[in-house]
Design a protein around this ligand. Structure first.
Ligand SMILES: Nc1nc2c(ncn2[C@@H]2O[C@H](COP(=O)(O)OP(=O)(O)OP(=O)(O)O)[C@@H](O)[C@H]2O)c(=O)[nH]1
Ligand SMILES: [Mg+2]
Length: 448
């Protein structure tokens, strides 16, 4: 499909809406240059060459200046979207970028939808679907490490690998089909050849899938819930680990009512959760009761539970009740307020959020218990959609392999090989439904 004919010209603010050094408005489509010429003080453009001038409005009494800008033109197909693209770099103020966008719209564009620039890049074959997904990953990346991994995919590492696998499967299929279509001229390939090639492709797919769980952890991160009785210092630990006064801390039992979440970069995203102190009794209000319910839910869902008790009071029966829940999970048992005690005979980790004793050890424990992934070992970062396509391809190849081992009719074997190819084509976006595409590009922001 040639979308330059199919689609109209779009424009959007491509930088975050806020005050900044520069703001960028991007225009893409057939009419990009007609549009810019209507609102820009200059009329001649050279591909990839920045020009300096003024955006403005043509009035009866002349050109009314709006902002001094740099304009960066790209001629199709040598642009991000593959269409004619113009970027206007203006001063970064909310009302300036909004004003220039409205001038673009008046001059013949329509507002771009979420991810529409990247969607056009994909449809114009400037990138495959795994690269388009890497763009979204880069933007949404919660950690520095995931930025590097997404950059690898953007540069086409995954796409190239899939292309390689696809090619060797295609070679097998072509030889089988040639044998079927021209039995007099072309001999059927040996079963041993089919088996060897399919085995190779399966192990290639396995090598990508092997890093799937690391990939998922790096993308989605892990959750760490701090639980315990009221007043043991959960919010104090939460604030200390965040290096921020995020949660309210008081000596009143039942201070925290709602679940608080903040994400930290521990190489992978770690969502730290502060919860309401768990207790029972008449003093518990309706609001606190709901908070306690949320605490139990957070404990249940967390990848790691930091169970906290007050070292100066020792383990109480109430602590024991909470520990019964916490101990079923991946956990760390922590005795807080160790600045108040000299006896340290428990096997818990003694810390003090007041003196900061033991806090670094807790950070290390979190890292070793839930962040033990090595981003350098991650050759391919895949998302769940891509993993599903790979699993489907592998299953079809395995069925084909078994059939080849039993020396079944090659016509039959070719059906499963074709299914494997379809699954790989879905991964790269060669064959993809509108629903899948919309799902992917809905995750983008406007202007990307
Ligand atoms: N001495 C000492 N006091 C602490 C320490 N950590 C917290 N506290 C005090 O303990 C009290 C309760 O702290 P919070 O962090 O609000 O406790 P919490 O577990 O979040 O309490 P709830 O939100 O009510 O469940 C506050 O007065 C804190 O200053 C510590 O390491 N040493
Ligand atoms: Mg609290």
């Amino acid at each position: 499909m040639n979308i330059t004919q199919e689609f109209d010209t779009i424009a959007a603010i491509s930088t975050p809406l806020g005050m900044g050094g520069v703001g960028v408005i991007r225009i893409s489509g057939d009419k990009a240059f007609d549009v810019i010429k209507k609102i820009y003080s200059k009329q001649n453009f050279t591909h990839n060459m920045i020009s300096h001038g003024w955006i403005g409005v043509n009035k009866e009494h002349g050109f009314q200046k709006v902002d001094e800008v740099l304009v960066l033109p790209f001629f199709a197909p040598h642009s991000y979207t593959g269409e004619d693209v113009v970027e206007i770099h203006c001063h970064g103020g909310i009302n300036i970028v909004k004003k220039i966008l409205s001038l673009c719209l008046e001059a013949g564009c329509r507002p771009a939808e979420k991810g529409e620039f990247t969607k056009r890049a994909f449809l114009n074959k400037k990138m495959d679907l795994s690269q388009a997904e890497a763009v979204a990953d880069l933007i949404h990346s919660k950690t520095q490490d995931f930025v590097s991994v997404s950059a690898k995919n953007l540069s086409g590492v995954l796409a190239n690998k899939i292309r390689e696998i696809r090619k060797s499967i295609m070679d097998v299929l072509s030889r089988i089909v040639a044998g079927i279509d021209f039995p007099e001229d072309v001999a059927e390939p040996e079963y041993s050849y089919i088996i060897e090639e399919l085995n190779k492709s399966i192990s290639e797919i396995d090598s990508i899938l092997k890093s799937a769980s690391t990939s998922n952890v790096m993308r989605q991160g892990v959750s760490v819930a701090i639980v315990g009785r009221p007043n043991v210092g959960k919010s104090s630990l939460f604030n200390t680990l965040l290096n921020l006064d995020r949660a309210i801390v008081t000596d009143i039992a039942g201070t925290t009512r709602d679940v608080l979440r903040e994400t930290l970069d521990f190489g992978i995203p770690v969502t730290l959760i502060d919860t309401a102190g768990i207790r029972e009794g008449d003093s518990v209000s309706k609001v606190e009761e709901i908070g306690i319910e949320y605490s139990k839910q957070s404990l249940d869902e967390a990848d790691l539970v930091l169970f906290l008790y007050d070292a100066s009071q020792g383990i109480t029966p109430e602590d024991e009740t909470i520990w019964e829940l916490a101990k079923t999970k991946n956990n760390v048992r922590i005795a807080n307020k160790c600045d108040l005690v000299s006896d340290r005979t428990s096997d818990a980790y003694y810390i003090s959020t007041k003196t900061k004793e033991g806090i670094d050890e807790i950070r290390d424990l979190i890292k070793s218990k839930v962040c033990d992934v090595n981003p350098d070992s991650l050759e391919f970062a895949t998302n769940t959609r891509q993993q599903e396509c790979l699993r489907q391809a592998k299953n079809s190849l395995k069925i084909a392999l078994e059939a080849a081992q039993m020396e079944e009719l090659q016509d039959l074997i070719s059906i499963d090989i074709k299914s494997a190819l379809m699954a790989l084509d879905e991964l790269t976006g060669e064959v993809v439904t509108d629903e899948v595409l919309n799902n992917i590009f809905d995750n983008f922001c406007i202007g990307k």
